[in-house]
Design a protein around this ligand. Structure first.
Ligand SMILES: Nc1ncnc2c1ncn2[C@@H]1O[C@H](COP(=O)(O)OP(=O)(O)O)[C@@H](O)[C@H]1O
Ligand SMILES: [Mg+2]
Length: 346
């Protein structure tokens, strides 16, 4: 199960989304773009997810209206009064103001992860074609090819220079990936969870965009969510600190203090999400596994940003350093999960 752990990354512009007027209301149409094999895979996953969510007769996401397998398109009812969790977070007055909705979102994810032991899920999962060339996610930590070098952005080359001699990080990543094969908490997971995949419609929480769902370690979904919250909190704190001190050099000097403050602040949000999750999921949260997975989520975000930039900022390096430390050191990993809560206005 560990081969696809780091695969299936999202790329901006993979899908085309548009809203269309239909006889009985608005529909959201989604066309899967990209290389054939990959868009077929994402199209089939989306269609299969309908069968999984039908198991308990509980809709986790709006039901598919229809599909077009030739053009790889799908249509959903468009929820025009809904808002993503991401936009609620961005518009918050404080973390406490969004902790109820975060708790509900955690509970909803716990419901998904309790869809276990169903032979249908296993059948759908095992019927998937194997990837012909499984990606080697650790490749860039050893070396990059001439072609990769030629195509890399300045930011990516800097990342590579940072990680390439880092044997400690490489073995921590290797151990972490192997450990996921031992993780007992396996369930149907979303596989690409972030706050913009939750759609809030009044009191109803939908989880959308199931193109990467799989049978895998539940920690991965938790780390997707908590990692996104932690990344934004660290980034926001460092950017504010840089603006206040007049330069990233000074931020670097007290980066650990800033990181501690940011983590304490966001723990109101991550704590609420995890509390809701624990109330609904049959799988206990393992703080070391979760912390390490958050560590990877932070590194992954820095790598993803580097693709589009000429250089790695001091802030990105600081975030990467925190991610790296969480992967290497269990105490540092649990510190990303448990912090003293401290609510301050946004
Ligand atoms: N059924 C829907 N009703 C209203 N808005 C939706 C619906 N589905 C998706 N959206 C909006 O479109 C965005 C992208 O949809 P999503 O399925 O997540 O596609 P992508 O693969 O591009 O992330 C979502 O973040 C949400 O804002
Ligand atoms: Mg999405």
């Amino acid at each position: 199960m560990s081969t696809d752990l780091l695969a299936g990354k999202r790329h901006a512009g993979r899908n085309t989304i548009y809203v269309v007027a239909e006889e009985d209301g608005l529909a959201l149409a989604k066309r899967f773009d990209g290389p054939d094999v990959d868009r077929d895979r994402r199209f089939s996953n989306t269609v299969d997810w309908e069968k999984v969510q039908a198991i308990r007769g509980d809709d986790f996401s709006p039901r598919l209206l229809r599909t077009d397998p030739v053009e790889r398109r799908v249509w959903f009812p468009y929820l025009d009064s809904a808002e993503t969790l991401q936009s609620q977070i961005e518009g918050r007055t404080s973390w406490s103001a969004v902790s109820d909705v975060l708790r509900d979102c955690g509970r909803r994810l716990g419901d998904v992860h309790s869809l276990t032991g169903q032979s249908l899920i296993l059948d759908l999962f095992t019927a998937r074609p194997a990837l012909s060339e499984p990606p080697d996610p650790l490749a860039m930590f050893h070396a990059i090819s001439g072609q990769q070098y030629a195509e890399a952005s300045g930011g990516e080359l800097e990342c590579w220079a940072l990680f390439h001699h880092d044997h400690e990080l490489r073995s921590a990543l290797q151990a972490w990936m192997e450990d996921q094969g031992q993780d007992p908490a396996i369930a149907p997971i979303h596989g690409d969870l972030r706050p913009d995949q939750f759609l809030i419609d009044g009191s109803r929480v939908h989880i959308i965009d199931w193109e990467e769902w799989t049978l895998g370690p539940t920690t991965r979904d938790l780390a997707g969510m908590v990692g996104a919250l932690v990344f934004d909190a660290l980034h926001g704190a460092f950017v504010r600190a840089a603006a206040a001190t007049g330069g990233v050099g000074e931020v670097h000097a007290n980066v650990l203090a800033r990181a501690g403050e940011a983590l304490a602040e966001v723990s109101v949000a991550t704590g609420a999400f995890l509390e809701g999750y624990a109330a609904a999921s049959p799988h206990p949260v393992d703080p070391v596994r979760l912390g390490r997975a958050i560590g990877w989520a932070l590194l992954e975000r820095v790598l993803a940003r580097a693709v589009f930039s000429h250089r790695l900022t001091t802030i990105d390096k600081a975030v990467a350093g925190i991610g790296r430390q969480a992967l290497i050191d269990p105490d540092s990993a649990t510190a990303l999960v448990h912090q003293e809560a401290e609510d301050v206005p946004a």
